[in-house]
Design a protein around this ligand. Structure first.
Ligand code: ZN
Length: 111
């Protein structure tokens, strides 16, 4: 094992981590775009109304292995999850909690 090999491996690892973080950033920016409302059936009250799609990430943990999936639900304005409604009303801005989460995952990526 030469010094050069070690250096090369470390550089490679750092690079793939940087790519992974860019990917995460892009996903977050995409999911922040408010979906335009359209006519449909609300998943909660089952009435026909102007609905928006809400994507929620689901994490299932079975037998020690975690699997991730994104579930899309359609809700009318009345049934829309409150947090999302508030977020839509505001200029997209990171809350203190979100910033802390970002910092935490950034630190994890660096360790
Ligand atoms: Zn509804």
């Amino acid at each position: 094992m030469s010094l050069f090999d070690n250096h090369f491996a470390a550089k490679n690892a750092a690079q793939s981590r940087a790519w992974a973080m860019d990917d995460e950033k892009q996903k977050k920016e995409k999911s922040r775009e408010p979906a335009p409302p359209k006519m449909g059936i609300c998943d909660k009250c089952h009435r026909e109304a102007l609905v928006r799609s809400y994507r929620s990430r689901q994490t299932d943990r079975t037998e020690g292995a975690a699997s991730f999936g994104v579930v899309t639900k359609y809700y009318c304005e009345e049934c829309a999850p409150k947090s999302r409604r508030e977020r839509d009303a505001e200029v997209p801005q990171l809350s203190n909690k979100q910033v802390k989460n970002l910092m935490r995952s950034a630190k994890k990526g660096l360790l």
